[in-house]
Design a protein around this ligand. Structure first.
Ligand code: PLP
Length: 460
């Protein structure tokens, strides 16, 4: 098995030292730096990703995980997931290039964007990437011309009306249009091998997965009837990334397992995939953001309401990052980021109504409002947990052009667990590193990453 990740890729964190401690040290170092230019930076706990993976294998033993590269394409994340044996779900040519650059074989890549540029399809053809998704006739026509030997996965629409971020308006074909597309593929000698769906992100109802699995069964029957050899079911993403999510991962897994038993029972010969993004990375990343400017705004200014009647002013802090960068979840996921303060305020210290704003010169770049914080200062660092998904490198997927620096860390115990996993896979002569559950108990006992405490202003 390829050694994608080595000890030189991360800081080995010894027992009793947390990633929080590491972050504290780094912010101290950054504050003492002589330069006036500060930049937000991340600390990523790769051990948290390893732990998530073991949890996945335990909860969904029949499902083979693929990682949705768009979610966080930073090198440490890709390498640790490659080392764990995951496949990779890519949305475009840049992502396919990126994972191939670290040595991922084409057989472990799915191009899961149903509407691709011709250049992307040609890239897949040239580099041996066979699995491609589609949901319309035009896409089939492009594939006939540019990648006739592709194995196509038909992306069906789901009921994602309750999800925070919906995808079915943009992607996925309705059940009633599936037969026509499958017939069309047959007519043009395009092989359709399976069905995919995506229930959207932040879905509060795990039954959405069960419904989509039932729908996929119908499409399998249609495809088989028309002569397609259907053997891939792709459950997409949408799995929660934090413990505090409305629906727990374990709950979703249990609904999925029951639906699979009903519609795709063990031994049915179907390979079941999922394409997880936020599940793997959200809680592994913590970011430190600096206050670059500050001002007091009187609430009796025209257009300003007094809050709670208890204060007449609010403090406006300007940060070096905002909603057009790493805090884009404020716009897309309706999240209100809550900072963790590095110094615990005393009980006598007054709290002030405060808001946090990004660096863009417009009125939309508001990171958080309605916070109650002690008096903070220019140069202070604010720390935010759960910042791994859709944050780093949003604008550019290429290494070296990440806007924010990332320090990767992993506990020795996590590193050892990862190595044991590899050895177990190698002993089974598993050249491609297919994910197998590992029962080591570490994922429950390791305390490297303590879950975030969300209070109006929690303390490091
Ligand atoms: N698969 C596809 C096709 C997607 O579009 C996305 C995200 O938009 C994902 C997987 C990952 O979703 P999540 O981060 O919610 O797991």
């Amino acid at each position: 098995m390829a050694g994608y990740l080595s000890e030189s890729d991360f800081v080995m964190v010894e027992e009793g030292f947390s990633t929080r401690d590491l972050l504290k040290e780094l912010t101290l170092g950054a504050s003492q730096a002589t330069t006036d230019e500060v930049a937000a930076f991340f600390v990523a706990d790769l051990g948290a990703i390893v732990r998530k993976h073991f949890c996945f294998l335990k909860c969904l033993p029949r499902v083979r995980p693929f990682y949705a590269v768009k979610c966080n394409s930073s090198p440490g994340v890709l390498k640790v997931l490659a080392q764990l044996g995951l496949g990779f779900s890519c949305a475009n040519k840049a992502e396919m290039e990126l994972v191939q650059h670290i040595g991922i074989p084409a057989s472990k890549i799915i191009c899961a964007n149903p509407c691709k540029q011709i250049a992307q399809i040609k890239y897949a053809a040239k580099h041996g990437i066979q699995l491609l998704s589609f949901d319309n006739e035009m896409e089939l026509a492009k594939v006939v011309k540019s990648h006739p030997s592709a194995k196509m996965v038909l992306c069906i629409a789901t009921d994602d009306s309750h999800s925070l971020s919906c995808l079915s308006l943009k992607f996925g074909v309705s059940l009633k249009s599936c037969r026509h597309l499958l017939e069309n593929a047959k007519k043009h000698h395009v092989e359709v091998v399976g069905v995919s769906f995506h229930i959207g992100s932040g879905c509060p109802d795990p039954q959405a997965y069960a419904q989509s699995i039932a729908d996929a069964r119908l499409v399998f029957e249609m495809g088989t009837e028309l002569g397609h050899k259907m053997h891939v079911l792709d459950l997409g993403g949408g799995f929660p990334g934090t413990e505090g999510a409305k629906v727990r991962f374990e709950e979703i897994a249990s609904v999925i397992n029951s639906a699979l038993d009903l519609y795709f029972p063990e031994g049915c010969g179907v390979d079941i995939f999922a394409e997880l993004g936020r599940y793997y990375v959200t809680s592994a990343f913590t970011v430190a953001v600096s206050i670059i400017a500050k001002k007091e705004v009187l609430l009796d200014q025209p257009g300003r309401e007094e809050e709670n009647g208890s204060t007449s002013k609010t403090i406006v802090y300007h940060l070096d990052e905002g909603v057009y960068g790493i805090f884009n979840s404020v716009l897309f996921d309706n999240i209100c980021p809550t900072p963790i303060l590095q110094k615990k305020p005393s009980t006598e210290q007054p709290l002030y109504s405060s808001s946090l704003w990004g660096p863009a010169v417009d009125g939309c770049d508001c990171v958080a409002e309605g916070l109650w914080l002690p008096q903070l200062h220019v140069g202070d660092w604010l720390v935010f947990d759960n910042m791994g998904a859709y944050t780093v490198g949003m604008g550019s997927p290429f290494w070296g052009t990440q806007a924010c620096h990332i320090t990767y860390a992993m506990s020795r115990v996590a590193w050892e667990a990862l190595r044991r996993q590899l050895m177990a896979a190698e002993q089974e002569d598993d050249v491609e590193g297919v994910c197998k559950p590992l029962s080591c108990g570490w994922e429950i006992t390791d305390t490297l990453c303590v879950g975030p405490v969300f209070t109006p202003a929690s303390i490091m």
